[in-house]
Design a protein around this ligand. Structure first.
Ligand SMILES: C[S@@+](CC[C@H](N)C(=O)[O-])C[C@H]1O[C@@H](n2cnc3c(N)ncnc32)[C@H](O)[C@@H]1O
Length: 213
């Protein structure tokens, strides 16, 4: 799949692209392109933002700047949904992650300052996603969060079997995964459940099923 991210800080994504699972699928299952609004801005001196009409604090990402960036990248229609990252969007859940991971392509628009000129959300985007009911300083942390969650659903991103049954997955009806334990078997008197040490695969499976129902 292809994911295009429009941002003011493409270099900030270097860390993400070096980490699993993104690193493991880059160039195979995932093509990630990073576009800097400043590279295509029609304004002078790399300007991308402006004061809000009606007054008020902060600067707003301009609609003509985002339109120019999309035009420069696509010359017309984007190849998939264009998603504005905004606290006012629909909530990012595992179901939304699965929905996005099944697409051939999508585009993320990140903002900062006081956010987007509303016409970007209304007319240049086809979707809006929030990573939670709180306000971050920019859309790049939300974009990276979403990229990580989508990348781990792509084929080959995880060791075989490890992503099959996870918290919030459809198989668990949106519930939580069973708890995990590793050595030592007893630490400070906090023991691992006996059943996990029993070597009885059927009992272990039954216990795990109980934990998620
Ligand atoms: C400081 S925020 C703007 C907040 C805006 N003034 C408001 O009150 O909704 C700057 C940018 O960070 C991103 N952002 C902040 N919180 C977010 C969240 N919870 N989910 C998605 N994006 C977020 C968005 O791209 C937003 O435009």
């Amino acid at each position: 799949m292809r994911i295009d991210v429009f941002t003011l800080v493409p270099h900030a994504y270097a860390w993400l692209t070096e980490q699993q699972p993104v690193a493991g699928v880059l160039g195979t299952e995932l093509e990630l392109r990073l576009f800097n609004y400043r590279d295509s801005t029609p304004l002078r001196a790399g300007q991308v933002d402006d004061e809000p009409y009606g007054g008020g604090a902060g600067m707003v990402l301009r609609v003509d700047v985002v339109a120019a960036a999309l035009e420069a990248a696509y010359g017309g229609e984007a190849p998939g949904p264009v998603i504005a990252l905004t606290p006012k969007g629909r909530a990012l859940t595992q179901a939304v992650v699965e929905e996005l991971a099944a697409l051939p392509a999508f585009t993320l628009l990140s903002s900062r300052f006081e956010g987007f000129d509303e016409r970007i959300v209304e007319h240049l985007s086809t979707d809006a996603i929030s990573v939670g009911p709180y306000v971050l300083s920019n859309g790049d942390l939300p974009a990276m969060l979403l990229l990580d969650a989508v990348a781990r659903r792509l084929p080959g991103a995880l060791a075989e079997g490890s992503g099959e049954l996870e918290s919030f997955s459809a198989e668990l009806g949106g519930g939580l995964e069973y708890p995990h334990y590793t050595r030592p078997a007893d630490f400070r008197g906090w023991p691992v459940p006996d059943v996990l040490l029993s070597g009885d695969h059927a009992r272990v499976e039954a216990w795990r099923r109980e934990q998620v129902t």
